[in-house]
Design a binder for this molecule. Structure first.
Ligand code: UGB
Length: 627
């Protein structure tokens, strides 16, 4: 060590008011102090004060691995600055939560669950149509936030989930479907303003290191799927430090002793990120009123948005959780009213693994079971939240966006003293209402699952083992649900759509309806779809129909085969008469067949496009298609 280096370290320490002995508990750190900047020394002090001296146990002498040591502090700096309250606060919370977990403390201690009251909608009735209309009016005051930082371990797909095709008839991926849906709402909402409007609905995507680069690439290589790039903002969540034991000792990365092991913190990060990004204030200043949160693989989602947003504005909900009827033990949380012995109440999601023990602990001996309707009395949380922006900002100003965390260590044995592998704190975006005052208006909106919810979460093997009657939540069921929903919507609009047949793909029995899909702008609301369909239209079970374009009208159409229409914005196309051809067929694929692309394999089928009628209208004008 050179004498100048000793002097400058000593100077730095004295300038920082830090006693030179602060690193005596970590001799290997002490030896390396000369390498550290003043900021790094402060971080080192924080680590030692938190009882983390073991992190330096394997540090080499100065001159060896010095770049790695800098890298260590870069990482500590990131972990410290990305967590509300910094690393010290993280370790403090971890110790408390780990102690509670070891003691077997029930996070809902003192609370009794009951079934809350909310808005239950019936697709297509007068109320539904009115709520949709109100929702479309509000859409120009909304911002959308997609949480897409998850790896999708349950699905086991190699790519990012938003790049998966929501359905293979048109090949539209989830991200494209979401963007086109937001643009469709934007246009529909602006059309209600006299003279139109220039509103560009903001769209935020929360990514993580696992998904960030591939999300950007997907957007850029597809020209943002038609959205203006400035409308889209990506916020990357950081992972959090892993914990090795009940004393919250930070875990060293197994492959690099100069790094702390990290794991995802959960979708709850979205609130702190939005708050610290400054976007909420910008939106508020621009007159926005709503923030809508949603997840990465639900191809039905936007069919439920206009009506739910209408409920939020009509009922003046500060928080509106979208929900569907839930089967007992289904892996989605239950929306629950919790009443504390001291009188406090909250309406909150109780996660699927906690609902059953909570019910049993509070005298409902059968736990999480269906009632006579065949469903759990607790509506299923589909994790689509609509928050009113003003109260949201007020709350986050108090909390900084920190969300109540939990820890879920896998203990080695009943003594609960050591873990099978490192754990970490996690948080969920739907836990936001936990800190709200009793005056907050927290509600929910229930819709039929066929209309609102068909996520792609389970791999083929797990999906095939789902108990009979419970949804598979696989790529197979997710795609089939889109065709079913579109068929049922057209039925409600007056089209005679044939009944489905049952078929098995990847070991899952599903209903196969006609393969019908349309671009979101063709039918952003039910009223709009009804306007596009008239006369006596018939669609046979083996038919397929793909509509691209806004102004395509079905009039006395009889379809028995495949029909594809693609029309530019100002082309108005009336489709009449009888379309008959050999159409499309579904062919089985085995998910283990590695010769087939993974995108298809995980569905268990591919569409064989045998024969089709395909018409493109690339010029403005009025057209009639009468085969
Ligand atoms: N996600 C992130 O963006 N970051 C993360 O760190 C983790 C996830 P999962 P989960 O709708 O069926 C939720 O893994 O967490 C994103 C609700 O908690 O698909 O098991 C990720 O990219 C549960 O109450 O779901 O369960 C994805 O978009 C229930 O409603 C989203 O977060 C369930 O979803 C969800 O992640 C459901």
């Amino acid at each position: 060590m050179s004498s100048t280096a000793i002097e400058s370290t000593a100077d730095t320490l004295s300038r920082l008011g830090i006693n030179a002995d602060f690193a005596s508990s970590a001799p290997n750190l002490h030896k390396n102090l000369q390498l550290l900047s003043s900021g790094q020394i402060e971080l080192a002090k924080v680590l030692l004060e938190m009882g983390q001296s073991h992190l330096f146990e394997h540090w080499a002498d100065p001159g060896v691995d010095d770049e790695e040591k800098k890298g260590f502090f870069d990482q500590v700096d990131r972990l410290n600055s990305s967590y509300p309250g910094g690393l010290a606060s993280y370790v403090k919370s971890a110790r408390q939560l780990l102690a509670d977990s070891q003691a077997g403390k029930n996070p809902f201690d003192g609370f009794t669950p009951s079934v809350p009251k909310g808005e239950v909608l019936t697709f297509g009735d007068e109320d539904f149509i009115n709520f949709e209309e109100a929702g479309i009016r509000e859409a120009q005051k909304a911002a959308f936030v997609l949480v897409a930082g998850g790896l999708g371990e349950r699905l086991g797909y190699n790519g990012i989930k938003v790049a998966l095709s929501a359905e293979t008839a048109s090949g539209t991926c989830f991200l494209q479907n979401y963007i086109e849906s937001i643009l469709a709402l934007q246009e529909a909402s602006c059309r209600l303003v006299q003279g139109g409007c220039q509103t560009r609905i903001p769209f935020v995507i929360m990514t993580s290191d696992d998904t960030h680069a591939r999300t950007i690439e997907l957007l850029e290589s597809n020209s943002y799927f038609g959205m203006e790039p400035a409308q889209v903002k990506l916020l990357k969540q950081e992972k959090v430090a892993c914990l090795d034991d009940n004393d919250a000792r930070l875990a060293v990365e197994p492959r690099n002793k100069y790094r702390i092991q990290t794991k995802p913190h959960g979708h709850g990060d979205v609130h702190a990120l939005l708050f610290s990004s400054g976007l909420l204030k910008i939106w508020h200043d621009a007159g926005l009123r709503w923030v809508l949160f949603f997840q990465d693989t639900n191809g039905l989602l936007f069919k439920a948005i206009p009506a739910s947003l209408g409920v939020s504005s009509t009922r003046q909900y500060h928080v509106n959780s979208l929900a569907v009827p839930r089967r007992a033990k289904e892996a989605i949380g239950g929306i629950t009213k919790l009443t504390h012995a001291d009188g406090r109440t909250m309406v909150i999601n109780v996660e699927y693994n906690q609902l059953d023990p909570l019910l049993r602990a509070t005298g409902q001996v059968d736990g999480d079971v269906n009632d006579k309707t065949g469903f759990s009395p607790f509506p299923g949380n589909i994790n689509q939240l609509i928050l009113e922006l003003g109260p949201y900002i007020e709350e986050l100003t108090k909390t900084g966006g920190a969300i109540k965390e939990f820890v879920n260590p896998k203990y080695k044995d009943a003594s609960k003293t050591s873990f099978k592998s490192s754990t970490r704190l996690e948080c969920m975006m739907q836990d936001y209402p936990k800190t709200l005052p009793p005056s907050a208006r927290v509600g929910f909106t229930v819709m039929d699952a066929w209309l609102a919810y068909a996520p792609v979460k389970n791999n083929p093997e797990d999906a095939s083992k789902v108990p009979k009657g419970n949804p598979n939540h696989s790529a197979t069921s997710g795609e089939m649900a889109i065709y079913r929903a579109n068929s049922l919507i057209l039925r409600k609009a007056g089209v005679q759509v044939a009944n489905p047949v049952r078929q098995v793909f990847n070991g899952q029995e599903v209903e196969v309806w006609p393969i019908i899909t349309w671009q979101p702008k063709w039918g952003p609301t039910f009223a709009e779809i009804k306007r596009k369909v008239c006369g006596n239209c018939i669609i046979s079970q083996s038919s397929s129909m793909v509509i691209k374009g806004r102004n395509v009208f079905l009039e006395d159409l009889s379809l028995d085969g495949a029909l594809l229409i693609d029309a530019v914005e100002d082309a108005e196309v009336k489709v009449r008469g009888s379309v008959q051809n050999k159409g499309w067929m579904l062919e089985n694929i085995d998910y283990k067949d590695a010769s087939v692309p993974e995108q298809l394999r995980i569905r268990g089928f591919r569409i064989n496009k045998v024969e089709q009628l395909e018409k493109n209208y690339s010029e403005p004008g009025k057209f009639s298609l009468e085969p």
